[in-house]
Design a protein around this ligand. Structure first.
Ligand SMILES: [Zn+2]
Length: 110
């Protein structure tokens, strides 16, 4: 009998099990309520597209990199590594510039 349980949202382990009403991951000890796993963190980009972790995006405006003379040009590619809470809500890896916190309002899904 194959398990219909979803994989762990934290570590993608397939060995999740039910503990009463909650789902438990034996590999990273993450616990969550059933149904919650569909609430993958997502944001809206500058034009209203849903963006999630792992999405490729491009910049929609020139961005000056704080503390440097570097300017990231419109169209620069980036990959969303992590969605976080706060003003700068996406942790990106930017082409040619490396990891950087950006605002979802300055990117567009590629
Ligand atoms: Zn896990």
């Amino acid at each position: 009998m194959s398990s219909a349980l979803p994989p762990c949202p934290e570590c993608q382990s397939e060995y999740t099990y039910h503990d009463g009403t909650r789902l438990v991951c034996p590999e990273c000890a993450h616990e969550w309520n059933e149904g919650e796993e569909q609430d993958q963190l997502s944001l809206k980009d500058s034009v209203g597209n849903k963006i999630v972790e792992g999405d490729k995006v491009t910049l929609v405006k020139d961005l000056k990199v704080k503390g440097t003379s570097t300017v990231l040009k419109v169209g620069t590619k980036a990959v969303i590594k992590r969605i976080v809470e706060g003003d700068h809500d996406i942790d990106c890896k930017v082409d040619g510039a490396g990891p950087m916190m950006l605002k979802s309002s300055v990117v567009k899904k590629a």
